[in-house]
Ligand binder design. Sequence first.
Ligand code: NAD
Ligand code: ZN
Length: 359
Amino acid sequence: MHKNFKGTEKTVFGRGSFSQLGTIVEERRGENDGFMLYLVDNYFKGKALEKRIPATAADIVQFIDVDPEEPTTMQVDTIRDDVKGSKGIPAAVIGIGGGSIMDLAKACSLMFTNEGPSEEYQGLNLIKKPGVYHIGVPTVSGTGAEVSMTAVLTGPVKKLGLKCEWTVFNQIVLDPELIETVPRDKWFYTGMDTYIHCIESRDGILNNAYSTAFGDQALALCRDIYLGDKAGQNAENNEKLMVASLMGGLSLTYSEVGIVHALSYGLSKILGEKHCIANCIAFQHLSDYYPEGVIEFERMIAKHAITLPKNLSKTWTEDQITAMATVAINLEHMWNHAIGTDWKKTITLDVVKDLFRRL
Ligand code: NAD
Ligand code: ZN
């Protein structure tokens, strides 16, 4: 069976395209209870962008601090219950922020129409009904969350996405001006998430012409942005990074991620490490699995004078290492892609624990 994926229905791309958001949302005004729910990264509170949000008096604009933790099932349920209790079901959910807000917006959209706690829907195709119209406006580029069919949530038991066709945004607004203010370290780590998506998508058994075409193009863009003559954060590279993020996301959607993401999920679930830096922490030690990718990654690290945390495992307990390795090894689809269908012959819990000891 080949994957049969639904893509984003509508995309606007270009500098200043955020100004078109008002027209886009008004087309939905008649749906459900007629109001819009804007979920906006707290970073924009008091910034110029806040005044440009096309909300009317009927709409809800909720600022969210994504720094304490990555989106949780409890957070989604609380937003849904509060909004439903006060105003009903929104005509559209609009997420303005990085990957965390993209995932929150996607998950809230689904949970307005699917009853009960969102932790019950963590997994593939567990959602029963389409969500409300949802629009993604990324302000950090790299995770590919703006195009992916999953909304990653940390629940009481697992860190796993609500993954189904209806998760995909109906509309995305890609305005490269919105990522101009991303701090340099985050710009690097999230961009490397794209880079790693493409390497993992390519270096595994599910790699195919379709995923490779997107991945190769995204890799070429990453090389311009992080290693080229005009490397760094500038207007041209911001446009390129927005497109690379999208193409990296499409590449992995039609293939799979691998060992880096398996380890990264363990780090995030047990130690609360953020997704993109967790990937970088793991990737630097995986040259035996991704030889070319790690060499190029090290050139990017050197060029941008990034210092990644090392020797972290010295402070970890045996229980923590076991817990992280258990999270990682349970992501069977990633090992299957990276190592092959007989991966269980070589990848045991002890092997994965040793990988964590490298970090
Ligand atoms: P983020 O959304 O966690 O935000 C990182 C930081 O950047 C925050 O402090 C935020 O306030 C700040 N910020 C946002 N926009 C800014 C701007 N324009 N200028 C300055 N600061 C800004 O960052 P992220 O790395 O994009 O997202 C990480 C999340 O994405 C994780 O929760 C991870 O699980 C998720 N993720 C999802 C997918 C998917 O396919 N759904 C894939 C990978 C990662
Ligand atoms: Zn990722």
